[in-house]
Design a protein. Sequence first.
Length: 354
Amino acid sequence: MKITRTIDSRLKLIDFSDLPFGRVFSDHMLVCNYRNGEWQVPEILPYGPIPMNPSSQVLHYGQSIFEGMKAFKNPNNEVLFFRREENFNRLNRSAVRMSIPDIPKDIFMDGIDKLLLLDSDWCKAEEGYSLYIRPFIFASSNCIKASSSEEFTFIIITSPTTTYYPDEVNLVIEEHYTRASKGGVGFAKAAGNYAATFYPTKLANSKGFQQVIWMDSKEHKYIEECGTMNIWFRIGDKLITPKLSDSILDGITRDSIITLARDIGIVVEEIKVLVHDLVEAYDAGQLKEVFGTGTAVAVSPITSITFREKKMILPTAEDSFALRLKEEMQGIQRGKFKDAYGWTTKIISRDMIS
């Protein structure tokens, strides 16, 4: 792997006390091209613009996928990745659905190791900070025929982050627009999935809501996701989340929360969640808390849910499942708690980039 280091790090120019999510990027990036039926030798370069022609197929047909993962600093100032094997596997599942060639494991894993070793100082050890890692692949053939590209570009960039939702999160249940349909690409990390949500989300924002709750596309009565998060409901003493389907993203944070919750004795049910059942639970005083989960947001408590003219304000739970599970997960991510699941991977040596 060829590595070209930046001449002058931008790290000293960054105000980490005022860090907007997803707008600040670390010094380096990994780039690897797919040509003539195989992935080429990857290269690490200083972060910057990439060459692209107006006829690049991704610009015309949206053949693009991505992943989101995080690295953290443990008390010994070592970098820990969280569940990166699962991110690698999910990226390739998305690739299959979007007719993109699989990324070889050595390019993905070795590339992330070397990239994070170079930019480890961008991963702050202070509470609340992490380094967001964004691997993505896009169609890069110069062709405007409506067909799968023959060339692709794989890139990894990283971004120092803090809290995604610093304030309260108020949701509205969307009854007209849908995020994904059965038989579609809702389970994949396809770029177009997110682009299609921006307009209805913008409409919700104009009414004072931070995000929307998506329902199924067929009957518009089953809850699926919340914005870019998987969603959870504490009804009574049970923790309920929508059952996975091909229109719901199989969240890695979601899977982590299920495992942690069951191991500390919380009953978890993965079922189809009817909107009207949720309203009935609220009216009966059984809806005790709601929260969303995802790589970027971690575990995010929900303040209220609005359905039609009814605003359901969630109580502050004294024994919050969300806060307890967030503490458990982040303790493992930061190396403060024992990792009994083998979820974290440590970068061991700087010799890899000598």
